[in-house]
Ligand binder design. Sequence first.
Ligand SMILES: *Cc1c(COP(=O)(O)O)cnc(C)c1O
Length: 388
Amino acid sequence: MKGRKLLMIPGPIEFTPKVLAAMSEPTTSHVADEFCQCFGECLDMMLDVFMAKDHEPFVLAGSGTLAMDAAVANLLEPGERVLVVNSGYFGDRIGNMMNRYGVESEHLRSPIGDIASAAEVAESLENEDYRAVVLTHVDTSTAVQADVEGICRVAKEAGCLTIVDGVCGTGGAECRTDSWGVDVYLTASQKALGTPPGLALLTVSPEGMKAFYRRKAPVQNYYADFDNWLPVMHAYRKREGAYFGTPAVNLIYALNVSLKQILKEGMQERFDRHLHLAGAFRAGTDALGLKTVPVSKDLLAPTLTALYYPEGIDSQLVSRIEDEGVLVAGGLHSEIKQRYFRVGHMGAHTESDIIATLAAIERALSKSGYDFSAGEGLAAAERELLTD
Ligand SMILES: *Cc1c(COP(=O)(O)O)cnc(C)c1O
C-alpha cells in the first residue's frame, strides 16, 4: 500500500512534484531581486494563460472567493443592476456579494444541469438596462460549461461589462479572454492552474479598468481595492518590489513553476488534453449507465464531471470509491446534494489517472450491488483514449 490516494476532486487538485518542491524553497523577502523577477514573470505568464493580452493582471493572497469579491467591489457601484447567468452554487454566491455592496443582482436561472444560451441572455438584455453580465465558466456544482464566447458577445453588444468566474475552468477549459470580450476573468490557484490553495487571480480588460477609474463611489473593500494593488502589480511587472500587503511568497514561487509547465504544454494542447481525458472518462461512465447532471452533451465541462447515483445507490458510494483509493467529491448543489457526485479531471492528470478512477468507481459500484459487467466502463474509456 502506497498510503496515498488519487485526488480527483474539483480542487484542490493534485500538484506536480516540481510545483510542490517550489513551495518548500526557503522563503525570501518579498522585495528580494529573485522574488521580483519571479512575481513579474508570473504576472506576464498569467496574461498568456488567461489569453488576456493588454489586460491588467492581479494576484492576491486569498481564495477564489476573494477574486470574485475583488471583481464585484472594484467594478460595480451601488445601485447598478447586474444580470447573473446563474447555473448553480457560485452564481448564488456572487449575487450575495453584489447585494452586500448595494449592487442589484437579477438572476437568469435555468433548471439544474442547464444554463441559459447566448440567445436567451440576449433576450433578457433586450428590454432591460444592465451594467454587467456575470457568469460562471464551469459551474462546479453541476459540471455545466457556459457558452462564454456567445454570452459575452451578446453582453458586449448590449454595452455591458462581463465578469466570468473561471475558478473551475481557467487553464483547463478554453477561454480566449481578450478576443471573447471577457472584461474580468478570475480564478483561484488550486484548480486547473495547478498551484496549492491560497491565491486569487484575475485579469481586467482596458474597458473594465475604465469602469474602475471612473467610479464615483469608493470601493467598499479595503484589502481588495485596486488602488492599493495596481502600483504593486505594476512594480512587479517591472521586476521591482513594492508593498501593500505581504504577498504569499512561497505560493508565488510555486505559481511560477506551474504557469511555466502550462505554457510549455501550450494552451491549445492543454485544452485539447482536458477534452480528451474528459471524453474518455465519460465514455466510461456512460457505458456504466451513469447519467450526467448536465442535461445535454454540449454543456459538459472539460474539467469535471457530475454524475447521478444510479437507482438504489446513495452517497455511500463516495466513501466506497475512497476505500478503493480515489477521492471524489459529493454533491454541492443544495437541491440535489444527496443524489450525485463529482469527479475533477483537471491540471496534470493523465490517461492512467482516468483509468484508475474508473476502475475504483467500478469496484465501488460492484461492492454496492450495482448490476453491470465489470470492465465495461474501462473498456469504453480505453477505446476512447485510443481513438484520438
Ligand atoms: C471553487 C470555486 C469558487 C470558490 O473558490 P474558493 O477558492 O473556494 O474560494 C468560485 N467559483 C467557482 C466556479 C469555483 O469552482
